[in-house]
Design a protein around this ligand. Structure first.
Ligand code: ZN
Length: 347
């Protein structure tokens, strides 16, 4: 099969290349998928190619975290899926055995493995995945949409619901409103009944946040973020800040936008990761900071149901073939995209 394969660590452009490789063989609990969509994630994939920060277990490695496609073969113990099913893979595999998994906190499992890091992922014509990582795609959702929903919506739900415990009528500030995590954050916060302020570093991204349903928008490059938040909330501040950038120039203003006893939740550090924190403000204001990454099965099911019923939409910039992965990364780096780029290895 054709796949984008890393055979040695090094500069991503030199070591992550389309090549021929044997199709993965199945164990009894796995399913073989003909891949029709996987999202291009420049930061994650190029760090893996360079051997940091998460070392894969073995090379060669095929990255690509959230493949969606058609089941073409099932292992002998698989009973929930059959040939022809349309499925999407949840890229995070909790261990199912630790104390946190037992406490129904699979999203926090410290032993979780990742598709595309600890085993071969979806930048390939075929991908073998454990049955427990698969979810059926609703009939009215395309493979492209399913991959994008899987990439960001379970994480957004985990941050807003499980970690921030956002309540109806509370105020939430969504940072990076035009980004991959920002868009779902806005839509899901509105579904949860919150008042939403969308903040981004460019007017067109603020506009996008407003189109997705945000009640107010702030350009934090041209305005003082915390002052604007205070003006909008009549000096109260927001109950929740949804961070996902870790930009040292915006992070202090974001946390300063919190109301007394507010919560900052975060996943994502493409603008950092180092930021400064005024610890005195933290304890005097009774603020909380919580981090989380990925989602858990209950959040995946919720996200797919919201998509099926049209309550959330996802932004797709374009679909490109496997051979165009480098071109896709360059476009992402240059900021030339409005939404996710989908790689379709069947194209
Ligand atoms: Zn676990």
């Amino acid at each position: 099969m054709r796949a984008n394969i890393i055979k040695t660590y090094g500069p991503w452009r030199a070591v992550m290349l389309p090549q021929e490789i044997g199709c993965p063989s199945l164990t009894d609990n796995e399913v073989l998928i003909e891949v029709h969509a996987v999202t291009a994630n420049r930061t994650r994939d190029t760090l893996i190619a360079e051997g940091k920060p998460h070392h894969p277990e073995a090379l060669p490695l095929i990255t690509g975290q959230d493949p969606a496609g058609i089941v073409v073969e099932v292992g002998t113990n698989v009973d929930r899926f059959k040939k022809g099913d349309r499925v999407v893979v949840s890229g995070r595999m909790a261990c199912g055995q630790c104390d946190l998994c037992a406490a129904k906190r699979a999203g926090d499992c410290p032993n979780a493995k990742s598709i595309g890091i600890n085993r071969w992922g979806g930048y390939a014509e075929f991908c073998a995945a454990p049955e427990k990582t698969l979810f059926l795609i609703p009939d009215n959702i395309s493979f492209y949409e399913a991959a994008v929903i899987m990439r960001h919506c379970p994480t957004a739900l985990q941050l807003l619901d499980d970690k921030a415990e956002l309540k109806p009528n509370e105020w939430v500030l969504i940072m990076g409103a035009g980004g991959g995590l920002g868009g779902p954050g806005i839509q899901l916060a509105k579904l949860m009944g919150a008042n939403v302020i969308a903040a981004a570093g460019a007017d067109e991204r603020v506009e996008l946040g407003l189109k997705l349903g945000a009640d107010f928008g702030i350009n934090y490059r041209t305005h003082d973020l915390s002052e604007e938040v205070k003006r909008i909330t009549e000096n109260r501040g927001v109950d929740v800040v949804y961070e996902n950038i870790s930009d040292p120039t915006t992070w202090p203003k974001a946390i300063a936008s919190l109301a007394y006893a507010g919560r900052l939740v975060t996943a994502g550090a493409h603008g950092g990761p180092e930021v400064t924190l005024n610890a005195r403000n933290l304890y005097l204001n009774r603020w909380q900071i919580k981090g989380a990454a990925g989602g858990s099965p209950h959040n995946v099911k919720r996200a797919l149901e919201y998509a099926r019923t049209g309550k959330i939409t996802c932004a797709i910039d374009r679909v490109m073939p496997l051979e165009a992965l480098h071109e896709a990364y360059d476009m992402i780096e240059n900021g030339d995209v409005q939404g996710k780029i989908i790689i379709d290895p069947s194209a």
